[in-house]
Design a protein. Structure first.
Length: 486
């Protein structure tokens, strides 16, 4: 007999038919009721065994976590909580789980504890739901770009350039760290390394994606990126996944339109295709927030997702945002950890969330940031969006960040600097050796065009869609400072 997945069994039950199901035992009650889950759905199927007809030694093997195979008949359920159940005709335990050792017994476990056993946390309802939603969001991203005629590009994971100019990169080397070769100046001789030069794990596929966009028109990457930041926060990972579209002939407005459309598409895809998992996570969030004062409770998860999918994002310049923040009571009363003194301040997460959650109560796109706090490749503005004392042409860049409730920045992007002379000067200003990015500059020599793109941190999107509060819980195996387990 062919195995039937529990999701299929529950969606199209055939009363009276005989089925073969396989899965893992969630609970075994009264020596009679087995709750089985196979990962295909958040829901368990109840299998009812006649303990008087089964060997006691076999029944004792039906423990939480054990893998089981059941042949039985589908009947309408007489109990609460399920519409159908399976009357067991025969069963066999495929893999035992010693209850003295198996750590996921049927009780509430903290998320901190589950991170310590990340190899097993997939088996919980919470992480099963997150994993299925993560798959749906991966598929939604690819479908969105494919349907719009984009080409997916695989950019290098090992790179000789630092796209962000951040310097916080993981080095890749085959040199003997106990006896590294030195050059005549006493420095490490990377000419003897595998690639003949210093190389690192990529922080972004953007620069390479630009090269492809300037021939193929519109491309996107979806790959792993790495930051060696010693940031032990709920929003940072050392290894995460980035989605980076680049589009030839697009300007900043086109870029904002594309990013907003993509985010709304992904959120709507989750609402349409992950109903049961989202409902479970919504109930989980409600339970978690029961003890909080009313004014500190988040918007209900599904309501929040619908709100984002159905409403236009607010668009305003960095300059306007600074005015709002500086004049806010929160800033005047010193309640921000980082006080906004004036134009040129680098916005922190607390400022971004204030704009989204207090001022506008919807997603916000900030544009035209000061050049000094943004990356070298962002296009210098020819004219200022608004005149401010002390500001000159070239002070701002055609950058945009999208801010989401509960998250802060979820997307960062810009129109790229297509003018060779200005780009060369900015590379010099950022102390980037021109020989490291000669290939990037070539695209500005041969048929340069205006173009734009953005980066979406996939795990930030997952935080928003699932309602989880810690980024370590929306990636299967989080990589953080002092933690590279599993």
């Amino acid at each position: 007999m062919k195995r039937t997945k529990i999701a299929a069994l529950l969606s199209t039950p055939s009363i009276g038919s005989e089925v073969l199901i396989k899965g893992w035992v969630r609970t075994f009650r009264s020596n009679r009721f087995i709750a089985v889950n196979d990962g295909s759905t958040i829901n368990n199927i109840q299998a009812v065994v006649d303990f008087e007809k089964e060997e006691e030694t076999q029944l004792k093997r039906i423990t939480t976590g054990a893998a089981i195979e059941i042949v039985g008949k589908i009947v309408e359920s007489q109990g609460k909580g399920q519409t159908i159940e399976v009357i067991v005709k025969s069963f066999s335990v495929l893999g035992d789980a010693n209850p003295e050792e198996y750590p996921l017994q049927p009780k509430k476990h903290s998320l901190e504890f589950l991170r310590e056993i990340a190899h097993l946390r997939f088996r919980t309802s919470t992480f099963g739901a997150i994993s299925r939603i993560r798959h749906a969001m991966i598929f939604a991203v690819h479908k969105f770009f494919n349907d719009k005629g984009f080409y997916n590009i695989h950019t290098p994971i090992i790179t000789g350039s630092d796209a962000e100019g951040a310097g916080e990169m993981f080095r890749v080397t085959t040199l003997n760290i106990d006896n590294t070769p030195k050059d005549e100046k006493g420095k490490i001789d990377f000419k003897q390394d595998f690639f003949g030069k210093e190389t690192n794990l990529t922080v972004s596929g953007q620069l390479e994606a630009e090269l492809a966009a300037l021939a193929l028109g519109q491309v996107y990457t979806f790959g792993p990126t790495f930051r060696a930041e010693n940031s032990n926060t709920t929003r940072h990972l050392a290894e995460f996944w980035m989605i980076e579209p680049e589009v030839a002939f697009n300007d900043l407005n086109d870029n904002m339109d594309l990013a907003e459309e993509m985010l709304k598409y992904c959120v709507q895809y989750a609402l349409d295709n992950c109903k049961e998992d989202l409902a479970f996570l919504s109930n989980r969030l409600k339970e978690e927030e029961k003890g909080k004062p009313q004014d500190q409770q988040s918007m209900e998860l599904i309501e929040k997702l619908k709100f984002v999918a159905d409403n236009d994002f607010v668009r305003l310049t960095y300059t306007d945002a600074i005015d709002i923040l500086r004049n806010s009571n929160t800033n005047k009363k010193g309640k921000f950890q980082y006080k906004i003194e004036g134009w040129g301040s680098d916005l922190q997460s607390e400022h971004e969330r204030y704009l989204v959650e207090k001022e506008f109560k919807k997603p916000v796109i900030l544009t035209n940031y000061p050049a000094k706090i943004k990356s070298f490749y962002m296009r210098q503005d020819d004219e200022l969006p608004e005149a401010k004392p002390g500001m000159e042409v070239g002070t701002t860049v055609a950058a945009m960040d999208i801010l989401f409730p509960g998250i802060g920045e979820i997307v960062g992007g810009s129109q790229r600097e297509e003018r060779l002379d200005i780009l060369q000067q900015k590379i010099k200003d950022f102390n980037i050796p021109e020989e490291h990015v000669w290939w990037y500059l070539d695209t500005r020599k041969f048929g340069t065009v205006p173009h734009a793109g953005f980066g979406l941190g996939f795990e930030r999107l997952m935080l928003f869609v699932t309602g989880m509060s810690n980024i370590r819980d929306v990636i299967p195996f989080p990589r953080t400072p002092k933690n590279a387990e599993f």
